[in-house]
Design a protein around this ligand. Structure first.
Ligand code: MLT
Length: 270
């Protein structure tokens, strides 16, 4: 498993979204390390430099298996992350996940509750996919396995980024495109199937006792503000922050705002 380990102090485990890798957290890794915390950011299985395992994982969603691609479930990824913390001798961490990383954070909190010092849930949601969403994922899987990640980038970038980011922040647009087109289609397909089969985390929310920071972009069409409010209403010790002029990639679109919220939250709970 490839990862970044930067800084010293209480640990923050960064879980990236789909179809990205650890480098989507670059501004946060720097901010966290500069402010007396330790940033641990893995490439989740099948992404970046972490290859997908060749055996098929145990899944509760056999209909979402692909013959040619091992399935990457959210609990596989959460268990990988826990094994990485073991390897680094870290007992507890603040777990910070964006979108798919948020689903992995929910699984992590469910499987290893005592290891969670706090949760940061950005651009994510608790309910599982409906049938239409599952069908959309299946279609995307067929596209990426046939034609690679460029068509995925073309189709998704306008939804991932707010109009102002698209117009005024060419470096962010370039970075997001590069991350997507650099993804391995097989790894991304395995994760898409894992997300299609993920469970509904709604029942988990009242069980979360760790402090939680919920972040959402005001213009996120993928995981809109209502999804964040839904989590905020059910996680007792949670704080909700809506970031203006940002869509799905809040941490890259408005890194200074995101970093301030993150570092303030880390200081508050440590
Ligand atoms: C992500 O950004 O990780 C994805 O939008 C998550 C999803 O497709 O549900």
């Amino acid at each position: 498993m490839a990862y970044v380990d930067a800084g010293e102090g209480p640990a923050v485990l960064f879980l990236h979204g789909y179809p990205f890798d650890k480098w989507m957290w670059s501004p946060q890794i720097k901010a966290v390390a500069e402010n007396g915390f330790r940033a641990v950011a893995p490439d989740l299985r099948g992404f970046g430099e972490t290859v997908a395992p060749t055996s098929v994982g145990d899944s509760s969603a056999p209909s979402h298996r692909l013959k040619s691609v091992p399935l990457s479930t959210m609990d596989d990824m959460a268990s990988d992350a826990a094994a990485l913390l073991d390897h680094l001798n870290i007992d507890q961490a603040v777990v910070c996940g964006l979108s798919m990383g948020g689903y992995v954070a929910f699984e992590f909190a469910h499987l290893f509750p005592t290891r969670v010092r706090g949760l940061v849930l950005a651009g994510t949601r608790a309910p599982a996919d409906n049938e239409q969403e599952k069908a959309g994922r299946e279609q995307q899987v067929q596209t990426m396995l046939r034609a690679g990640m460029v068509p995925i980038s073309i189709a998704t970038v306008p939804k991932l980024l707010a109009p102002r980011t698209l117009a005024d922040k060419p470096d962010v647009v370039k970075c997001v495109r590069k991350l997507i087109t650099g993804s391995n289609p097989k790894g991304a397909a395995a994760a898409q199937c894992g997300m299609a089969g993920r469970r509904d985390y709604t029942e988990d929310l009242p069980q979360i006792k760790a402090p939680a920071l919920i972040v959402v972009g005001r213009e996120d069409p993928i995981r809109p503000v209502a999804d964040a409010e839904f989590m905020h209403e059910r996680i007792s010790n949670s704080q909700l922050e809506v970031i203006d002029d940002a869509a799905h990639m809040t941490n890259l679109e408005e890194p200074e705002v995101f970093n301030r919220l993150l570092v303030d939250f880390l200081r508050l709970i440590h």
